[in-house]
Design a protein around this ligand. Structure first.
Ligand SMILES: NC(=O)c1ccc[n+]([C@@H]2O[C@H](COP(=O)([O-])OP(=O)(O)OC[C@H]3O[C@@H](n4cnc5c(N)ncnc54)[C@H](OP(=O)(O)O)[C@@H]3O)[C@@H](O)[C@H]2O)c1
Length: 293
């Protein structure tokens, strides 16, 4: 397994499983628990969920049913836009812990920037960190300006910015800025997004001929090529998968390394194509999405 040391000394696995829309959107039943148990059996320990995904209970059950000690897992959850603010964030965090049946989270993220609430939300999260209820605090979808805002008052430095990142959307200036400031990059939709986005497979980098050719060259799958491209550039990946072969092969990445030239070739596929929301515009719509109880 590959690990990265975060700026507060906590270690995070570089490969985890994303849980958005596992089964279907906000599905939280035994099916989801079974998918997670399969991933645990294969070796996944990092799971990326959020209050909005509505499947924290299924993840909590899977951890219990696995019989593994709590410390083996690295669990990330996120505070949604409607939950931002001082007391709202405290309440949202408590509800996430309760649904997950956990005493603490490994990583708690602000899901999307809401500048009017960033300070209150972050200060609430800092209190949770000081109480050792979260081992690390981070951001998601934060732009440079949002990070500058937080840097002006934060006492606890964010460890991660989780952003949309795949070969068609590399966000290199933001990645460079974060890495310079010791904020690790976690890539969401690393394979070009899941069913929630409605993006057809034909438009995804998974079927790009350049990636297909490299997959042949390295006797790997296209997904493995994309994931390894991230790992070799010190990024964390949280691909979502339900199909057993996907779950298995996305985790087993140690057999090959891409050459520097091939890494550059994949970098050059960037066409600034977002498949998910844009932090400049998404907040209004986010406020219409409900976190289930
Ligand atoms: N912070 C944020 O705002 C944010 C936003 C979106 C997502 N995320 C996080 O990022 C995670 C991943 O993003 P995502 O779910 O949008 O998409 P993704 O991981 O890029 O892609 C998932 C899709 O790829 C398929 N797939 C998985 N492995 C494959 C393989 N080896 N070969 C071919 N197809 C494969 C999956 O199919 P099967 O399921 O059928 O195997 C699924 O349809 C989410 O689950 C979530 O945890 C965060």
């Amino acid at each position: 397994m590959y690990f990265i040391e975060l700026n507060n000394g906590v270690e995070i696995p570089q490969v985890g499983m994303g849980l958005a829309a596992t089964g279907s959107w906000q599905q939280d039943d035994e099916y989801v628990t079974e998918v997670i148990l399969k991933a645990i059996a294969i070796g996944y320990r990092l799971f990326d969920t959020a209050s909005l995904y509505g499947n924290e209970r299924a993840l909590g059950r899977a951890m219990k049913e696995s019989g593994l000690p709590r410390e083996e897992f690295f669990i990330t959850s996120k505070v949604w836009d409607t939950e931002q603010g001082g007391s709202k964030t405290h309440d949202a965090f408590a509800r996430s812990l309760e649904r997950l049946q956990l005493e603490y989270l490994d990583l708690y993220l602000i899901h999307w920037p809401v500048p009017a609430y960033t300070r209150e939300t972050w200060e609430a999260m800092e209190a949770l960190y000081q109480q050792k209820k979260a081992r690390a605090l981070g951001l998601s979808n934060f732009r440079k300006s949002d990070i500058e805002q937080i840097a002006a008052f934060a006492e606890v430095h964010p460890v991660i910015n989780q952003i949309e990142l795949h070969p068609y959307f590399t966000q290199q200036p933001l990645v460079d800025y974060c890495q310079f400031h010791k904020i690790a990059i976690a890539c969401w939709a690393p394979l070009g997004s899941g069913s929630w986005s409605g993006v057809p497979l034909a438009e995804k980098p998974l079927v790009d001929p350049v990636i297909a050719e490299m997959a042949d060259k390295y006797s790997a799958t296209p997904a493995q090529v994309i994931l390894k491209w991230n790992i070799q550039q010190h990024r964390i990946v949280v691909p979502k998968a339900e199909f057993l072969e996907h779950i298995r092969t996305n985790f087993l990445l140690s057999d090959f390394n891409l050459s520097n030239a091939d890494i550059q070739t994949i970098n050059s596929l960037n066409c600034n194509k977002r498949f998910g929301g844009d932090p400049d515009y998404v907040h209004k719509n986010n406020m219409t999405l409900k976190v289930p109880d």
